[in-house]
Design a protein around this ligand. Sequence first.
Ligand SMILES: Nc1nc2c(ncn2[C@@H]2O[C@H](COP(=O)(O)OP(=O)(O)OP(=O)(O)O)[C@@H](O)[C@H]2O)c(=O)[nH]1
Ligand SMILES: [Mg+2]
Length: 442
Amino acid sequence: MLEKISDKFSDIVKQVSGKSTISEKNIQDAVEEIKLALLEADVNLRVVRRFVNRTIEEAKGEEVLRSVNPGQQFIKIVHDKIVGLLGDERQKLELKGPDTQSGILMMGLQGSGKTTTAAKLAKQLKKEGRSPLLVAADLVRPAAVKQLQVLGEQIDVPVYAEESKDPVKVVKHALAEAKKNLYNTVIVDTTGRLHLDEEMMKEIQRIHKAAQPVESLFVADAMTGQDAVKIAKEFDEKVGITGVVLSKFDSDTRGGAALSLKSVTGKPLKYIGIGEKPDDLEPFFPDRIASRILGMGDVVSLVEKAQETIDEDEAAKLQQKMASATFTLEDYLESFARMRKMGSMESLLEMIPGAKGNISEDDIDEGEMKREEAIILSMTRQERRNHRILGPSRRKRVAKGSGTSVFEVNRLIKKFEKMRLMMKKVAKNKKYQAQMMKSLGV
Ligand SMILES: Nc1nc2c(ncn2[C@@H]2O[C@H](COP(=O)(O)OP(=O)(O)OP(=O)(O)O)[C@@H](O)[C@H]2O)c(=O)[nH]1
Ligand SMILES: [Mg+2]
């Protein structure tokens, strides 16, 4: 997610933030690089120009150049400006109270992710206590109704479907059905077309009129960059949209669509799709994405994610262990299970500031995790609690027992020692302590 643009910005941040004095020329150079990075990310040219001008204007202010830490001041300005581009605050869906019916209309081009997103949203809203009904109003693509029904079954949300050629009729019937059965959130999936055409717009306008949605969400494939923005604008002018969901954000390395959308359409980005599964939908938080773009790590997301899976007491106990450097292989073993619960290590790593350099890709290989687990499981309890007693013959035994090699056992122990050392260092810094603990699933 956002790897390309983040690499570029991380470099710029590194160059600038260390400087104790900063000249107008430094700012000019950094901004020039930012401009290139944004253009490469496929951000709308006009948006880039405005961004650059405003950043220069603000950065050249007296307060920045004369401040104690001008480099960081400058980065803060860039960060805030990016947050601004992304839309400032998180924008929630504006649904009515639980006793009133709220319609949500999904629209977009073919294959953009409407049907999948409809199901993801249904799942999320159900978790939030609403009672959703999915409506199969894509009557053009042969398998569309079935696709929604399968998804509905997966997430245990009812799907309204009927044999018909008229989506407007289907929507009307679905609304009546929802009223009767007290479904307060009606999510309508519609047909996607390859290109914008008159017929499509007319149909979606009719559906819109029938559904009277409180939210009309345009689902855009993030990877299509500026095209997604252009089409969103078109839909907004012809039908009216209330927000955008950027799907396939997990595969988007550049971020151009996210960075241009708000400025060009004036409409907020509400969610991002981060995978194909029903759980892979996240609210869009501009400040978190900005931090990720700048390579500053998405600390808040990480902490929240960790909190969902970690028992607070347990965390506090282990935090204590880490600070006093009594973290053992036994604790390390336990952390595997937690890491699995929290999702893939790779996605976690992206969120930890500074982790990219400190923990290598090898360290997070899931296959290796399994091997390490086997190695630790082959140790005696005593060995797990004090790895120092693992001399050559014990290591040999462990290698045999786990079906690995002495080389792999040695490597694990070396890595573990390196990790302990890192933890000790981190433990001195209160702020990073909590983050690092959580990053290790501890
Ligand atoms: N990686 C990834 N894949 C996604 C995401 N959202 C959707 N997809 C995939 O994109 C493909 C198209 O998704 P659909 O939901 O069927 O798209 P659609 O807009 O309903 O397509 P049509 O109904 O044919 O117009 C599917 O293979 C989805 O699994 C996402 O956030 N990340
Ligand atoms: Mg579909």
